[in-house]
Design a binder for this molecule. Structure first.
Ligand code: SAM
Length: 475
């Protein structure tokens, strides 16, 4: 089994049209960085989501490798970038994700709504929420008391100031009165987006979009009054303020701003008539028949939870009816998790097995975690192979990870696993990540000389081609 180096392939000028496979190679050798591209059009920015890929990436492959009406799938759709691009291009979109927020987010992003209707509904709900707080704060507090089990309540009390909880509760109460499911979901998403932002939104968390959340040490009101941590404030240097001091923002105001911003994105969703199908489910057992899909563009989680989705998503999901303990259980089923009790490992092909062994020798739990990741990805790739039509491709965007100083070589290992399942790997494209936007684990120090860190600033687009054994493909 040969392992492809991530070379940039170019094709010699040829008189005949490129075959599908050659086209795939050419696309993977072309622009994949999209650093200066605008990614804020349509509904792409309705809600923050970690490790989104730029919309230009799926758009490029959808435009070149499919025809209008054909079926495009992202089995780990996250914020639905691939699905939205598929719909904008008039392709039928299929998506699946295990994360409840990903599902709600994608659903809202794909739904065209009347701006006027949304705007009117927003006006009424914001007015009523404001009135409820000013006229009957005790009733709002009572609603808060009845909303959660003890563990969830503890979580909410730790991460949200009392005055923030009051406004969030009043807003949510009004949102839950909306009878139209599409409208209700639109506002629930805007509600969630006021909590999950890079700066931790209206919560007491310092950072929610990228790293492990930290609770700020000092909280002050918009008027500058210190509400929490007055004693700590005196011990902090000027530069530490940035990470430990937070000015509380009003959820009502933040919600209003977010709704206004999302309303603008709605404009471009009109006239979309391509169908779409979303499923809450596991990419390792897709709810799709065999040979149904024309193109897959997806980006799985990194190996070993480098980005832990639930870590941030639980901050709004607890408000939206998910008890904290259920979310903790759910987190274990995400690809890239570290829990290995009762896990059924897969026998890996030689290169992937060697990487796993090297890591296991230095750190047994980390070795087991990477073995789990490659096992789960074996199932996910097998499913992609099954649902793809012959003669079509899956583009899998991955980053590599470093465990105990060893590069997991995710792109090579997944390419190798793909080959054992029947895929051909005509090329692996390289995309350079914008250093400023790349998310790193908390405390990560940048060493520009380090080869490994260099690779962590790259992502790989693995081109997996399902051969059509019945057709003679021109290579
Ligand atoms: C890198 S994100 C995808 C981001 C997406 N490309 C975008 O642009 O928003 C990976 C996604 O895989 C999902 N995921 C993790 N385990 C999964 C599983 N077993 N089945 C389906 N989705 C899963 C996560 O919830 C997350 O949304």
């Amino acid at each position: 089994m040969s392992i492809l180096q991530p070379t940039l392939l170019t094709l010699e000028a040829t008189a005949r049209p490129l075959s599908y496979r050659e086209n795939l190679i050419a696309l993977l050798g072309g622009e994949l960085d999209f650093h200066d591209a605008d990614s804020s059009y349509a509904s792409h920015n309705f809600h923050a989501f970690p490790a989104k890929f730029p919309p230009q990436l799926p758009r490029k492959f959808i435009a070149a490798l499919t025809q209008p009406g054909e079926k495009v799938l992202d089995p780990m759709m996250g914020s639905g970038t691939t699905l939205l691009e598929a719909r904008l291009a008039g392709r039928a979109a299929f998506g699946c994700d295990i994360d409840p927020l990903a599902l709600m987010l994608t659903q809202v992003k794909l739904t065209a709504m009347e701006k006027r209707t949304v705007s009117d509904c927003h006006y009424h709900l914001a007015t009523r929420a404001q009135a409820w707080i000013s006229q009957n704060p005790d009733q709002v507090r009572q609603s808060l008391d009845q909303r959660w089990d003890a563990a969830t309540r503890k979580f909410v009390d730790y991460w949200f100031a009392a005055e923030t909880q009051l406004e969030l509760m009043a807003l949510l109460h009004e949102i839950e009165q909306i009878t139209d499911p599409g409208l209700q979901a639109f506002f629930k998403l805007a509600f969630s987006a006021t909590i999950i932002t890079k700066s931790g939104g209206v919560s007491l968390a310092f950072d929610l979009a990228h790293t492990r959340p930290h609770r700020v040490k000092v909280v002050r009101s918009a008027s500058g009054e210190i509400l929490m941590g007055a004693d700590v404030l005196a011990t902090l240097s000027e530069s530490q303020h940035r990470y430990h001091v937070k000015t509380l923002r009003s959820p009502l105001e933040e919600f209003n701003k977010r709704v206004q911003a999302n309303l603008k994105g709605l404009t471009e969703l009109h006239d979309l008539d391509a169908p779409y199908t979303l499923a809450r489910g596991n990419a390792q057992a897709l709810p799709l028949p065999a040979e149904a899909i024309d193109l897959i563009v997806t980006s799985p989680p990194y190996a070993s939870n480098a980005i832990d989705y639930m870590r941030a998503h639980k901050f709004s999901l607890v408000w939206l009816g998910h008890p904290i303990n259920h979310l903790g259980e759910k987190r274990k089923t995400y690809i890239g998790g570290e829990n290995i009790s009762d896990f059924a490992f897969v026998n890996l092909p030689p290169h992937a097995a060697q990487i796993v062994d090297e890591i296991r020798r230095l750190d047994a739990p980390k070795g087991a975690a990477i073995h789990r990741y490659y096992s789960e990805m074996t199932h996910a790739l097998r499913e992609m192979y099954r649902v793809l039509k012959p003669g079509k491709a899956a583009l899998v965007v991955v980053g590599t990870s470093v465990m105990r100083g060893i590069d997991t070589q995710t792109q090579h290992c997944l390419a190798e696993i793909g080959q054992t399942l029947g895929f051909e790997v005509p090329a692996i494209g390289v995309r350079r990540l914008d250093r400023d936007r790349r998310m790193m684990p908390a405390g990560f120090k940048v060493d520009r000389q380090s080869q490994i860190q260099q690779r962590m600033h790259e992502e790989y687009v693995i081109g997996l081609y399902k051969p059509d054994i019945t057709a003679k493909e021109t290579r």
